[in-house]
Design a protein around this ligand. Sequence first.
Ligand code: K1U
Ligand code: ZN
Length: 183
Amino acid sequence: MAIREILILPDKRLRLVSKPVEKVDAATKKLVEDMFETMYDAPGIGLAAIQIGEAKRVVTIDVSKEDDEEHRQVFINPEIVAKTEDTNVHEEGCLSIPEYYEEVTRPAGVTVRYMDIDGKQQQIEATGLLATCLQHEIDHLNGVLFIDHISKLKRDRVVKKFEKAAKLGKPITRSSEKAEKAE
Ligand code: K1U
Ligand code: ZN
């Protein structure tokens, strides 16, 4: 297992459309292990493989509360097959866009078809934070970021901030956010 580097905006790989996993083999299982380790270290409640530079349709999620036991969920080749008409507004963040949070409106519930870690087809009906997180992560698999769901004005502002920091060789990283929290 390894903690992998998380790609940060404006890394162009974040805009790639990830490829389906043909077979859940040892390499897929190792990728999933690395993703959980990276996600818990960040910390985050979800991660898409492309965020660690692997353009594969793999998502890890754990939306359990801080003091509760770990509840690891793995979604391979996830597909939204139904969504509710009613919507939810949730403040979202992204491990690839550190220190930026914004409210996003999405369908309140989704039905997702996916393959589990044993290669079995499964279906889940998700609501609440799991529904929000699944939609955020499935967006990553399609090269879509949560800032694509906010106003152009706000998006341009945050993209410019990250582009400027990268150009100056002082990229905004999660370590600066982590250090601030520890103080
Ligand atoms: O995909 C990602 O970048 C992970 C992202 C997922 C997400 C957060 C909020 C709404 C939808 C999807 C994160 O995990 S950001 C960090 C975060 O939300 C968090 C971290 C620690 C404790 C609780 C939440
Ligand atoms: Zn994200």
